[in-house]
Each structure stands twice: as structure tokens, then as C-alpha cells.
Design a protein around this ligand. Structure first.
Ligand code: ZN
Length: 186
């Protein structure tokens, strides 16, 4: 199956919530295969379908020799948090300290439509949260603390790849934290 091109930040597909998978057919199995090959080619530790332009709730991962995929995931997160740097194949070359829950339990389906539960801590938990966010149209810079986020936006504006997104007429859509004004709107 062919390796797909990875969509970069600025592409609207990355900020659009993806649709639930309702048919577990050969096309879906091809999508999982394409995602896996594209992730390995990058190389990366995870990849969500919107990152190859397919707005469906599907992602794959390869973390600590644990290769997997999940469809229509829901997440339960621990209240204890972890620190650590995180990057994204849709933001080439950029890494930021990104707070995440330490542990995650993801429930969903495999490509044959069978229910599966994936439990992860540390890096796998981080990956499950990052990829599920992609399916909700959330990118990792939305999870940064304010100062780190400002730094990220400046880095993105100065990056070589962001120029190409602007030239193609795609403007970035930035989510602002709902807490910055202490709940007051304007
Ligand atoms: Zn990503």
C-alpha cells in the first residue's frame, strides 16, 4: 500500500473533528495499513487518519515495540500528570514540553470491528492522548502552557514548512485556552 503525504499544521483537516467509523470493511483495513506504512516511513511513533487527509476516527502507533491501531477510541485518563517533550509529524522539527496524564485507558475497536482496550502509561499514554486529540481536531500546541505556546507559535511562523501552508492559502486556526480570561468573554 502506498505511503501517503503527511498534512502540516495550517491544513484545515487537522482542526476538524473526525467522523466515527461505521463500516469495518476492506477500505478501513487499507487505511490502517497506509497509516502504519506512512508512520514507519516518517518515521514516527504514532499517526492519526486526519494527518493523511482522511477525517475518520482511526489512529496507529508504534511505541516501545508495541505496534497497534485503534478505531473510534474513548479515553479514561489518570489524574496524575507527566512532563516530557512531545512532537508531531504535522509540525516537523518542533518539540515542546507538553503536560499529559500519566496513564490512559483507551477503548475502541480493531479493524475487524472487535472491541479492544489498550492500557498505557508514560510514552504510550502520551501517544494515545496525542492521537485521540487529532481525531477531535486538537493539535498538541493546544495543550501547551501559555509561555511555551507563544514560543511554539513564533517557531511555527519562522519554520520553512509553514511558509508552504501560507502560500497554499491555508490560514492556521488557533484555539485559545478558555481559561486565559478567567472565564470572562469579550
Ligand atoms: Zn500529531
Amino acid at each position: 500500500m502506498p505511503i501517503q503525504s503527511i498534512r502540516l499544521f495550517g491544513d484545515p483537516v487537522l482542526t476538524t473533528p473526525a467522523l466515527e467509523v461505521s463500516v469495518f470493511d476492506k477500505e478501513l483495513r487499507t487505511l490502517v495499513s497506509d497509516l502504519t506504512e506512512t508512520m514507519h516511513d516518517a518515521p514516527g511513533a504514532g499517526l492519526a487518519a486526519p494527518q493523511i487527509g482522511v477525517s475518520l476516527r482511526v489512529f496507529v502507533w508504534d511505541v516501545d515495540d508495541n505496534l497497534g491501531h485503534l478505531i473510534n477510541p474513548t479515553l479514561d485518563l489518570s489524574s496524575d500528570m507527566q512532563d516530557g517533550e512531545e512532537g508531531c509529524l504535522s509540525f516537523p522539527g518542533l518539540l515542546y514540553e507538553t503536560p499529559r496524564a500519566m496513564r490512559a485507558v483507551a477503548k475502541g475497536f480493531n479493524m475487524h470491528g472487535e472491541p479492544v482496550t489498550i492500557e498505557g502509561s508514560e510514552l504510550l499514554a502520551r501517544c494515545l492522548q496525542h492521537e485521540t486529540d487529532h481525531l477531535d481536531g486538537i493539535v498538541f500546541i493546544d495543550r501547551l502552557v501559555t509561555e511555551e505556546r507563544k514560543r511554539a507559535m513564533a517557531d511555527i511562523r519562522n519554520s520553512d514548512w509553514f511558509g508552504s501552508a501560507i502560500q497554499s492559502g491555508l490560514e492556521p486556526r488557533i484555539k485559545i485556552s478558555p481559561h486565559t480570561t478567567n472565564g470572562l468573554g469579550f
